[in-house]
Design a protein around this ligand. Structure first.
Ligand code: AMP
Length: 432
């Protein structure tokens, strides 16, 4: 019989292995506590939505809708469905469907996998994760400032220093239309400099030409008419309002007039958090979206954080992940020892400790190797003699103030085991 094929994971879709768990957990716990600190409630929407939700909500002439969506026909009923490439459209759909805005504004957050058919490279995957927040029903720049402050607190909770804020304003649709007309006229006068993609976009989405990565077109984009020259009083006041709130809270920012964001539904404020030229988070205001998706008009703003990119940044800045590992590793050997070892493990877990009970046999030496590798604070050793005396030997694997010293060991009655270990952990500042 030939050897069966080894099936690999899908390109650009990654496993998260246990070795990275401490990093993910550190991030996820910071997110949950930051969201709580600002009164945001979690919402969980499906990974699959109707394709037309994204076509309408994100915009037909966007990279995502044009070429990045994982779409398929439901074989049972012929519906066109799509794996969500982002979550704002789905959250807004759900808010409309369940009439969540009936009693006033809503502060919501989500996290989960997103799917985009991009060319995989470092920091760009086909399945990646986002954390996002949406403040719905709030029109003032205080809401924009709030979601920005929330991100700022998250970075500082995580101990990240190098994350910088860039902001811009996209104005209102009529102001953009006037700017757009001026842009088309400007680019038409310089058709010879435009590359193929720019020419294709000239009449459908000229704003995106400003986003060009083509160095030959850079000077042209730099000298193009600026949206800010087309903004009315209200839009300018909103932008100034946001800036003055950011200044009042000492949040440094840079205005980046080239920041346009890829999605069509944004208006007024847009922002990005960037570290070493890499966008960790993008967000802004999307007042037209609720109505565009069939709801009663309601303003909104929010952001999406790229989780993998933040984790990479946490690695780069060597963020402290705390202990990781478990508290106790139980080493046991001998006739009739398994039952008291199992019993001891259950008692320790009752007391709130995280315990690995050695499995798979092997001598004490091999078991101690496993205990060391587990990251446990102590090894609890049970042999036939100890078990007969109702005791265990506790071996401290890590140096700690209240423990008798790394490598030292002591006999402890099984009844006193949990308390002895907890005392040492608590004294060491661990909240076991
Ligand atoms: P966007 O919805 O495109 O504004 O994306 C928000 C954030 O998600 C970006 O700032 C990135 O950090 C992250 N992101 C977007 N696309 C990808 C991808 N293909 N792989 C990994 N992260 C991504």
């Amino acid at each position: 019989m030939s050897k069966p094929e080894r099936i690999q994971g899908v390109r650009g879709m990654n496993d998260v292995l246990p070795a990275d768990e401490a990093l993910w957990t550190r991030f996820e716990e910071a997110v949950a506590s930051t969201m709580r600190a600002y009164g945001y409630q979690r919402i969980r929407t499906p990974i699959v939505e109707h394709t037309r939700l994204f076509v309408r909500g994100i915009g037909e002439v966007t990279d995502i809708v044009e070429k990045e969506m994982y779409s398929f026909t439901d074989a049972l009923n012929g519906e066109m469905l799509t794996l969500r490439p982002e979550s704002t459209a789905g959250v807004v759909r759900s808010v409309i469907e369940h009439n969540l805005l009936y009693d006033g504004p809503k502060r919501l957050w989500y996290t989960g996998p997103m799917f985009r058919h991009e060319r995989p490279q470092k920091g760009r995957y086909r399945q990646f994760h986002q954390v996002g927040a949406e403040a719905l029903g709030l029109a003032g720049p205080d809401a924009d400032a709030e979601v920005i402050l929330l991100c700022h607190r998250l970075w500082s909770d995580l101990g990240l220093n190098g994350v910088k804020l860039e902001i811009n304003t996209l104005g209102q649709p009529d102001e953009r239309r006037a700017h757009r007309a001026a842009l088309i006229e400007y680019f038409e006068r310089h058709l010879d400099v435009l590359d193929e993609e720019a020419r294709r976009r000239l009449h459908s989405n000229p704003l995106r030409i400003l986003d060009t990565k083509n160095p030959q077109m850079q000077p042209l984009a730099d000298a193009a008419p600026r949206l800010i020259e087309f903004l009315g009083e209200a839009s300018l006041a909103h932008f100034e309002g946001l800036q003055s709130l950011l200044r009042s809270q000492n949040i440094p920012y840079r205005i980046n007039p080239r920041l346009v964001r890829g999605l069509d539904y944004y208006n007024l404020s847009v922002f990005e958090w960037v570290a070493d030229g890499i966008a960790l988070c993008g967000g802004g205001r999307y007042d037209p979206l609720v109505e565009m998706l069939g709801g009663r008009a309601a303003p909104g703003c929010g952001f999406g954080i790229g989780v993998e990119r933040v984790l990479e940044r946490m690695r780069a800045e060597a963020v402290d992940l705390g202990g990781g590992g478990c508290d106790v590793y139980i080493v046991h050997q001998g006739a009739g020892v398994l039952e008291p070892a199992l019993q001891a493990a259950e008692r320790l877990r009752d007391a709130g400790l995280d315990v690995i009970l050695h499995a798979g046999g092997g001598g004490f030496k091999a078991q101690f190797k496993r205990a060391d590798a587990s990251g446990a604070f102590v090894a609890v050793v049970l042999g036939e003699d100890e078990a007969a005396r109702g005791e265990a030997t506790v071996k401290w694997l890590r140096e700690a103030s209240a423990a008798p010293g790394e490598g030292r060991q002591q006999s402890v009655a099984l009844e006193a085991l949990a308390q002895t270990i907890i005392d040492a952990l608590v004294a060491d500042g661990d909240d076991a």
